[in-house]
Design a protein around this ligand. Structure first.
Ligand SMILES: NC(=O)c1ccc[n+]([C@@H]2O[C@H](COP(=O)([O-])OP(=O)(O)OC[C@H]3O[C@@H](n4cnc5c(N)ncnc54)[C@H](OP(=O)(O)O)[C@@H]3O)[C@@H](O)[C@H]2O)c1
Length: 189
């Protein structure tokens, strides 16, 4: 079981605009040409922050058009929030707040031998990283710059650095970078 931060980012390190738009992302390529179908097949539990969840709620029609359902995940999903957000009927969604460690233990139980996907945003991925619970980052680097926006990973990580495992061209719109992250004791496997 691996805990993975899988996301797309602009070249200058933003996963959404300041006002949480992803309109810049979708014209750049077809999700089915990326590693996503193989990736999601191995995911057993998801975690996301409130803003990401609210994006899914606001774009339910678009998500349904592309994925066949307004909530495309069959796996249990933990949503980090301090608020009482609307639920999606039929979806296994668990609202949580506070430290990530206990939630991660619950997610690991649910995931079994499948992986845990930290969907975003960047700070939530950072919280799992701070706790030594993030094993890999799989980043689709889009061939655009945004100038400002929601950060990919608002942490300073320099020593040891992440270890680049692979870099793959996905057409003119994306490069996919896979990184192994240092473990809790700073060791890179
Ligand atoms: N490019 C991509 O592939 C990609 C992937 C994922 C997301 N996105 C987009 O990127 C943006 C991410 O937004 P964001 O950076 O604001 O991050 P976010 O993680 O989606 O949301 C942040 C919010 O989550 C809640 N939260 C985070 N940690 C918490 C904790 N430990 N306990 C309780 N609540 C917690 C807080 O909300 P409250 O306190 O208000 O409840 C916080 O303001 C969204 O627009 C999303 O759609 C893009």
């Amino acid at each position: 079981m691996t805990t993975q931060y899988y996301t797309a980012t602009s070249l200058d390190g933003f996963i959404a605009t300041e006002d949480d738009s992803l309109d810049w992302l979708f014209p750049l390529g077809d999700i089915n040409d990326t590693s996503y179908p193989a990736f999601i097949a191995e995911v057993g539990a998801l975690a996301m922050g409130a803003t990401t969840y609210e994006w899914m709620l606001r774009h339910a029609d678009k998500v349904a058009d592309e994925a066949g359902s307004a909530w495309p995940y069959t796996q249990p999903t933990w949503v980090f929030t301090h608020r009482d957000l609307p639920r999606v009927e039929g979806a296994d969604i668990r609202m949580v707040q506070g430290g990530v460690r206990e939630v991660h233990a619950e997610m690991a139980l649910a995931a079994g031998n499948r992986n845990i996907w930290i969907v975003g945003g960047g700070d939530l991925a950072g919280q799992f990283h701070d706790a030594g619970l993030l094993d890999e980052a799989i980043i689709q680097v889009a061939s655009v710059t945004l100038g400002t926006g929601k950060p990919l990973f608002p942490r300073r990580v320099t020593s040891p650095p992440w270890r680049l495992l692979s870099a793959r061209l996905i057409g003119p719109g994306f490069a996919e970078l896979r990184y192994r992250l240092p473990g809790r004791n700073g060791a890179v496997a």
